[in-house]
Design a protein around this ligand. Sequence first.
Ligand SMILES: [Zn+2]
Length: 409
Amino acid sequence: MAHDAPQATGPSKLVIRNIGLLLSGALEKPILDGDTIVAENGKITAIGRLKDVNTEGATTVVDAHGTTVAPGLIDSHVHPVAGDWTPRQNQVNWIDSYLHGGVTTMISAHGGVTTMISAGEVHMPGRPRDVVGLKAMAIFAQRSFWTLRPGGVKVHAGAPVIECEMVEDDFKELAAAGVKLLGEVGLGGVKDGPTARKMVGWARKYGIQSTIHTGGPSIPGSGLIDKDVVLEADTDVVGHINGGHTALPDDQIRCICEGCKRGLELVHNGNERSALFTLRIAREMGDLNRVILGTDAPAGSGVQPLGILRMVSMLSSLGDLPAELAFCLATGNTARMRALDCGIIEVGRSADFVLMDKAQHSPGKNILESVQLGDLPGIGMTIIDGIVRTQRSRNTPPAGKVPEIISEH
Ligand SMILES: [Zn+2]
């Protein structure tokens, strides 16, 4: 049984030329040499100089006009419910708005987000907590979001929140039905280390990735998850290690960073000082590859279409992290940790891109300097699966240079 997203019909060939700066999304080589990308049928087939690559038969040609091309941003932590609507803030088209901010994988895209990853569909009104009900809801969410794809954004949803009554066969059944993620451990009935560890182990055995709610309660009714529970549960990702909203004390954050090799997720809906503290420890440990970014939206703090860009800019400016590396935390790091085929500009990967430039009147000499000075870039275009999804963002500040579609067949 296939659970793949619907793709564009017919052969397509995209050429992006005149690229001013090419950000790879990969920490080991964050800037690539080249001014042209070719993508065929949604996958990258060539990266290099215009004169060296085969651009013949292009169905779409984009002139980047000297702008920066980066992988589409990935939001590692969202809470979708159904369709492009959230009851949390009673808002419609929030996912589409993330695209205008640059995220292409939501894990939703007006913020340049092209991919989003669900940390649980916990805001569903009347959310079922019995085992049959929670399994049914997870399978429904996985299916419906993979088919819907608002604005083209890849929403990896269907993340059940575990309850104490679950048995191993439930995880086997969920995996067989196409569920690949667990919602945040701790948001349901399972809040103790031993039970969490057992169930996370079952999930892992059947290929389901796990994450945990780290820190103080998010909303009335949820509970504290401290370092002991986090380390014992041993989820693949330490969800919002900077709290969502309330962070653990610094000594506990340090214990978690040093006590495991799992992903360290920093979210917009958390404590910014704690995010900077975590970043510093990860860098001291030589573990920057473990740091990934999310918004944790929709939440009490709202919906943040530019949340991922804001995290990149905050960590780069206040954390003194070169901007080209900060973009990797929102792209390649997450893609590798989540086994996604996007997030890095590399032959064979999904042609998901965000094209941007320094915002008008930002003091930096170029986009990297402007981000390191704390400003947001202006998004001029987002592309998902080799198809132009948005042009000039309605959400970001206007950029100096703006890309343009110069031919389409
Ligand atoms: Zn949480």
